[in-house]
Write a protein that binds this ligand. Structure first.
Ligand SMILES: *Cc1c(COP(=O)(O)O)cnc(C)c1O
Length: 362
């Protein structure tokens, strides 16, 4: 069965000696290997104001903490995502306010977001779902007009582009995940990129209990209780090695995505997703809309290919019951979107086969 997600791990002869060296070096906590990975990731996304953290969830939490989001505040977000986007908002005490999605793309609809803004709105949380980039022209406009900061959850979209630039410095915060099934994994990990350099130091302290690593432990004074969100040197060295391969791996996702964009055109029962102006997806999953989705998934399964919607809409979880509202765009989208395999493990022969199975119909 061709899976929808699969971790890419650098070759063992390259990775294992590096891990072993750190593991027995006597220093496995956060140190040089972690910071070197941070530096290299900063270069990769072209934003020096970036901190690496233990998870994408930690990155999202640091973004919300940087804005002091808490009880009584509202954050407008999308139900079309993996759960951590919204559970993280919930644990700050803020209310999740659902924006509707554009039924053509499954991405948060800027028109709906405008309607949901109140004087309690502290942030707008965007998700570049499945590697497709949100309508950033419109969201930048909303943020400029209202002064409400945008957090980009780009856990699905490493290497996606806006205005020709890799995502990572457009909004006030951009949050990455290096969790097992993401485009680049460090087993677990994440990063938060800031647009404003002055927000980095306070967040760096929150990453480590509230302590300042540059000042001796005895002279430190914690003014705001922080967390244990830094990475250790093992994660750091895995990150360094993985990053050497990241562009090549991403290029495979993108090449497969572009192949489907052409190969699946004009097939009865298939609706392709339009991409917003000035955006370039990085195709973590290939997303399309199909008639009779169950039948579609069945013929794919018969051909040994996994096809699935993969994500459960977040607004139906009990923890969000106070936020429940009508989302007609989401209803429409949710009926027939589906994902097919698109990652580095899908070779040219497999993608041709997948396209042929779809062309034969279901
Ligand atoms: C994976 C993921 C996260 C959280 O990342 P972790 O590294 O698992 O904490 C956040 N948002 C989305 C959309 C994700 O898919």
């Amino acid at each position: 069965m061709i899976p929808l997600v699969k971790p890419y791990i650098a070759p063992s002869e390259e990775l294992m000696p590096e891990i072993e060296k750190i593991l027995y070096s006597g220093y496995i906590a956060e140190g040089e290997a972690a910071w070197k990975f941070e530096e290299e990731f900063q270069k990769f996304i072209d934003n020096p104001n970036t901190l690496v953290v233990q998870s994408g969830t930690a990155a999202l939490h640091l973004a919300l903490l940087s804005l002091n989001v808490s009880t009584g505040d509202e954050v407008i977000s999308t139900p079309m995502t993996a759960e951590p986007t919204n559970t993280t908002i919930a644990f700050t005490g803020a209310k999740v306010v659902w924006g509707d999605v554009d039924p053509d793309t499954g991405l948060l609809d800027p028109k709906s977001v405008r309607e949901k803004i109140t004087d309690r709105t502290k942030a707008i949380m965007l998700v570049h779902y499945a590697g497709m980039v949100c309508d950033m022209d419109e969201f930048n406009k909303i943020s400029e007009e209202t002064g409400i900061p945008v957090i980009e959850d780009t856990a699905h979209c490493l290497g996606g582009k806006y205005n020709g630039k890799v995502i990572g410095a457009n909004s006030q915060y951009t949050c990455f995940s290096f969790q097992a099934i993401k485009q680049m994994t460090t087993v677990d990990g994440g990063a938060i990129a800031f647009r404003n350099p002055e927000e980095v130091e306070p967040a760096r302290k929150l990453r480590w209990f509230g302590l300042d690593k540059k000042v001796s432990r005895l002279q430190n004074d914690i003014t705001r209780a922080g967390y244990k969100y830094g990475i250790n040197n093992i994660t750091g060295i895995i990150g360094q090695v993985q990053l050497r391969h990241a562009q090549e791996v991403l290029d495979k996702y993108i090449s497969n995505g572009k192949f489907y964009d052409e190969a699946l055109k004009g097939i009865p029962g298939v609706t392709l997703i339009p991409y917003y102006k000035n955006t370039e997806p990085s195709y973590w999953l290939y997303t399309l809309k199909v008639d009779n989705r169950d039948d579609f998934c069945k013929i794919m399964e018969d051909a040994d290919v996994l096809a699935s919607p993969l994500h459960h809409r977040s607004d139906t979880h009990s923890v969000f019951r106070e936020s429940i509202c009508d989302l007609p765009g989401m209803e429409e989208w949710y009926k027939n979107f589906v994902h097919i395999p698109c990652g580095w493990w899908v070779d040219e022969e497999s993608r041709e086969k997948i396209a042929d199975v779809i062309k034969r119909g279901w």
